[in-house]
Design a protein around this ligand. Structure first.
Ligand code: OGA
Ligand code: MN
Length: 289
């Protein structure tokens, strides 16, 4: 029986993909893929389907160059060029997320500590479709990334709340200099901002997701300030409920990709004395509808 595969082990790049859910909320690990190798279309189609179904995918124990990471990301859509050259290393599509300092300056964006729930670039007309982090150095504890399921958040809202937000837009703004990780009391006038639907429809799955977040959403358009404030606080508390959240504890070699159109993310606090180094690739997205 030399040619038969052992029972329960799927040969690499053949047959059904091995997918293991990470939590009841969202997320799945994809097992048995080495991203240094080019992926055939049949395998990629299954990875894409798993990503649409689970919102976040994880591939462990990867040993990736910057090129490997960008090549995988580019299967999902066009990678964005890194805007802040200070955080770019070699490949123009790879940005560092890190608290490591050289000459007193962080080598990466979003260096330190806790970060509130948000979706990437929701303050732009065309926010990022997806973001990918590849873990190189991780703290012994903390610095976990949490993901919240925006579909579940929407679907479980009381009908009365769904009715209040139907057809509404909310202004998202981001003051990277003064409130990069925790919401500020105000945003400076020239902070980038854009109003998007409070509920957006995912172009691939057709499902509706709640598209506001605590870090960047400032106001629901056409509502009195106190009413907007009260409603947003209710929506933030609802979407961050533990049953909608998966908290990822990183291991070096983890490659994780999330869908900003239907999932939020946040980061737990970690010690400034611990090193954290991630490589990020961002995939361009469409205007939310
Ligand atoms: C990001 C981000 C969270 C983290 O890169 O957009 O939010 O865990 N990162 O570093
Ligand atoms: Mn982010």
């Amino acid at each position: 029986m030399e040619h038969a595969s052992p029972v329960g082990i799927t040969p690499r790049f053949a047959g059904p993909l091995q997918v293991r859910p990470l939590s009841p909320a969202l997320g799945a690990e994809i097992i048995g893929i080495d991203l240094r190798e080019a992926l055939g279309d049949a395998v990629f189609t299954q990875i894409l389907a798993a990503w649409h179904r689970h919102l976040v995918i994880l591939l462990r124990d990867q040993k990736l160059s910057e090129e490997d990471e960008v090549r995988f990301g580019a299967r999902f859509g066009p990678p964005a060029l890194v805007q802040n050259k200070q955080f770019q290393r070699t490949h123009p599509g790879v940005m560092l997320i890190s608290n490591i300092r050289e000459d007193g300056k962080p080598i990466g964006a979003l260096p330190d500590g806790e970060m509130q729930f948000h979706t990437d670039q929701c303050y732009m007309e065309r926010p990022a479709m997806a973001s990918m982090l590849y873990a190189i150095e991780v703290p012994r504890s903390g610095g976990n990334t949490m993901f919240a399921n925006g579909y579940s958040a929407y679907e479980t809202l009381p009908e009365e709340v769904k009715h209040r937000i139907a057809g509404r837009r909310a202004l998202n703004a981001y003051d990277y200099d003064n409130a990069a990780t925790i919401r500020g009391a105000t945003v400076r006038d020239n902070a980038p901002s854009y109003a998007h639907p409070v509920v957006r429809t995912h172009p691939a799955t057709g499902r509706k997701a709640l598209y506001v977040n605590r870090l960047m959403t400032r106001h629901i358009e056409g509502m009195a300030p106190h009413e907007s404030e009260e409603l947003l606080n209710l929506l933030f508390a609802h979407q961050e409920r533990p049953e909608f959240v998966y908290e990822h504890v990183w291991q070096p070699g983890d490659l994780l990709m999330w869908d900003n159109r239907c999932a939020l993310h946040a980061r737990t606090d970690f010690s400034p004395n611990e090193r954290r180094l991630m490589r990020r690739v961002t995939i361009l997205g469409e205007k939310p509808v």
